[in-house]
Ligand binder design. Structure first.
Ligand SMILES: Cc1cc2nc3c(=O)[nH]c(=O)nc-3n(C[C@H](O)[C@H](O)[C@H](O)COP(=O)(O)OP(=O)(O)OC[C@H]3O[C@@H](n4cnc5c(N)ncnc54)[C@H](O)[C@@H]3O)c2cc1C
Length: 383
């Protein structure tokens, strides 16, 4: 099983569809999405029509049946235009991954198609005020009462909560068991007992309408349990795939957007009677940026390739997410340096890029959490 660095015709085709859509339809709206902090439904629906949602869901379940690498290429292209919009895709694919892998026939029947079509947004409600990195310590409970589970708890930082029609909620069926009691549940938005807090006033990715989610005696039919007994393992495994690789690809796309802007500016701008690209300091920054961008791409491609070939990809995915997130923050900052004062004005996208970058070191597991995962995998390999 060799590793081919050439993209297939199909991969190029789907990447180009995403690139065209990003340049023509997302980029002109990106600043407005950020400014208004509003989820953009028309763009989301169009991405559904273009087949960009559910790309990795098997064809027999109504998805695109495409490989992970194709999907990463799409996220990268969309993220070059808007990190927020690329996250619509990442979250959707991640939730589709949960439902297609763990869901019952009925659950798949009911929820896959509307998410894939871009008609339904599904949010992931795991984090709590007292349980972030330590996801096994969540306090939300799901008590079985007859034919229903009764959910109670508070969820924090839930991306797209304000537009979601469905939530994958992580709760504990038996707190006495610790993380072994953790399960996932499908909770439709209109379920009595589920309410939303105020939209969070975020630094970046402002078009994602994140909010807290409250569960107060929220009763759902017991059939809404997603997956079976090994809940916590499933939750963690589910984050490995499109979620974390999507976050890494978003970081890559954003760094590239910053690089493109810096490269162009360095050749337009003159100071001391010279184009600034001719200063060694400036061209060395750009040389380093492009090298680190390629390194991130290499890690993402390798993790995606391993997933597509049925090989373990947990370590590689965390390595890709860790490196791409840090690289993105570093390189957007470098790009700002090249643009000088103009990078600091809201008239240009660079300040949005800067605000959008940092999240990639925080969500889907912070840098420290990725290191914990990598170290655990290294030990496994040793054994
Ligand atoms: C914009 C945004 C959107 C989000 N969207 C979602 C969502 O849709 N759904 C969802 O469930 N969650 C979401 N989150 C939550 C996100 O996943 C958490 O913020 C993240 O996992 C970190 O948790 P925390 O913020 O509680 O930080 P903490 O876990 O309290 O961490 C604080 C610091 O301590 C470090 N730390 C913690 N444990 C260790 C350790 N063992 N060793 C070394 N260092 C450690 C962390 O790395 C971090 O630097 C979102 C967050 C943000 C900001």
């Amino acid at each position: 099983m060799g590793m081919d660095f050439k993209l297939t015709e199909e991969q190029i085709q789907i990447r180009d569809i995403a690139r065209k859509f990003a340049v023509q339809e997302i980029a002109p709206l990106a600043a407005e999405i950020d400014e208004s902090s509003k989820f953009n439904w028309p763009l989301h629906k169009k991405m559904g029509e273009l087949g960009l949602i559910g790309m990795t869901v098997p064809e027999e379940m109504g998805g695109g049946g495409l490989d992970t690498l194709s999907w990463c290429l799409v996220i990268e292209e969309i993220a070059k235009a808007s990190t927020a919009v690329s996250n619509y895709l990442t979250l959707s694919e991640s939730m589709l991954n949960y439902i297609s892998h763990l869901g019952s026939e009925d659950q798949r029947e009911k929820y896959l198609a509307p998410i894939i079509d871009g008609e339904l947004v599904c949010s992931f409600a795991m984090t709590e005020p007292n349980a972030g990195s330590d996801a096994g310590a969540i306090q939300a409970t799901a008590k079985l009462e007859g034919d229903h589970y009764v959910l109670n708890g508070q969820k924090m930082f839930i991306t797209m909560a304000l537009q979601a029609g469905l939530f994958v909620v992580v709760a504990n069926v038996n707190p006495g068991l610790g993380k072994d009691g953790i399960r996932t549940f499908l909770v439709p938005k209109n379920t009595p007992g589920l309410s939303l807090g105020k939209q969070l006033d975020l630094m970046g990715i402002r078009g994602t309408e994140a909010a807290p989610v409250y569960l107060e005696d929220c009763r759902i039919p017991k059939e809404n349990l997603l997956g079976s007994a090994d809940g916590f393992e499933n939750v963690m495994k589910g984050m490995d795939g499109p979620g974390r690789l999507g976050a890494a690809s978003q970081a890559l796309g954003l760094a590239e957007a910053a690089f493109d802007a810096a490269m162009a500016y360095a050749q337009e701008r003159s100071q001391f009677g010279r184009v600034i690209y001719t200063f060694q300091d400036i061209k060395f920054i750009l040389a380093e940026m492009s090298t680190e961008i390629e390194a991130a791409r290499g890690l993402i491609c390798k993790a995606a390739w391993r997933r597509d070939h049925g090989l373990s990809y947990t370590k590689e995915t965390s390595q890709a997410k860790l490196f791409a997130g840090k690289m993105c923050v570093r390189q957007v900052s470098n790009a700002m340096q090249i643009l000088g004062g103009y990078s600091y004005s809201k008239e240009y996208p660079m300040e949005r890029f800067y605000r959008d970058a940092k999240i990639h070191q925080i969500w889907d597991g912070t840098d420290q959490v990725q290191k914990i995962i990598i170290a655990k995998e290294l030990l496994k390999e040793m054994k």
